[in-house]
Design a protein around this ligand. Sequence first.
Ligand SMILES: NC(=O)c1ccc[n+]([C@@H]2O[C@H](COP(=O)([O-])OP(=O)(O)OC[C@H]3O[C@@H](n4cnc5c(N)ncnc54)[C@H](OP(=O)(O)O)[C@@H]3O)[C@@H](O)[C@H]2O)c1
Length: 249
Amino acid sequence: MLYTLITGATSGIGKELAYIYAKKGHNLILIARRDKLLQKLKSDLEANFDCLIEYYVCDLNDIEKVTEKINKLNNKYEINCLINNAGIGIFETINDLSIKAINDQININVISPIIITRLLIDNINKNNGAIINICSVLSYLPSTGASIYVATKHALHGFSNTIRLEYPNIHVLTIHPATVKTNFFKDENYLQRQKHVIDPTFVAKKTYLAYQKRKRKLNIPKSFCLINGLYYILPSLVDKINRKYFSNK
Ligand SMILES: NC(=O)c1ccc[n+]([C@@H]2O[C@H](COP(=O)([O-])OP(=O)(O)OC[C@H]3O[C@@H](n4cnc5c(N)ncnc54)[C@H](OP(=O)(O)O)[C@@H]3O)[C@@H](O)[C@H]2O)c1
């Protein structure tokens, strides 16, 4: 029996991914911290779709626990798709960031997905599976007030591209969304100030399509690949645009 493992399944993009993967008949292992939400999600998914749902409460900030839990899962399940989705963003300029805020973002956004991948890679490879890493448009662009978040998403992107080289049988897909309407932003007014906000169901649908088509990278919206290209040709111009429009997290 094959399983898809999704981290950060209790809200936002991860929850929508759980719905779409379950709808398409994938058995799921869901990971997050909120027990009750995971329990409810399991009942909803099993009631509506023909699939098996397992869930595990795990704080991805606790690397020892992550290692312990994933080792157990690795012995118990055949996994053919890993979706490293869980992530946090703490948006302050570097001098205002606490050491804890720096460590938490690095642990949850980078160390955990790397450790999970490391522990499951043989399992996934054996099943000719896929690894989907939820990166960001900030995996290739900088943004003021987001230095550590940007660093973590650049790292996850670089890690993904290297795993693809090392494991040709594994389909490695990176997803790069712009602003998505989820609980990710602690500043309640941030989303209201944005002109373009993407629905998490749209991100999940597009991710599933890219997974089916074995794509390597997906920008949401697609126009961000132009900004990405422009950044490498005219970085000073993009810095100016960036400061003007994207500096208010
Ligand atoms: N929203 C955006 O604009 C946006 C844009 C680009 C990329 N992204 C990326 O998309 C991914 C999903 O974010 P989202 O927007 O869907 O945010 P969200 O609604 O806040 O969901 C985050 C998920 O991660 C889980 N999580 C957070 N800290 C955790 C921890 N310590 N241990 C285990 N699970 C943890 C949360 O579950 P629990 O609280 O239950 O643990 C939740 O299920 C993130 O990697 C984010 O960087 C988001």
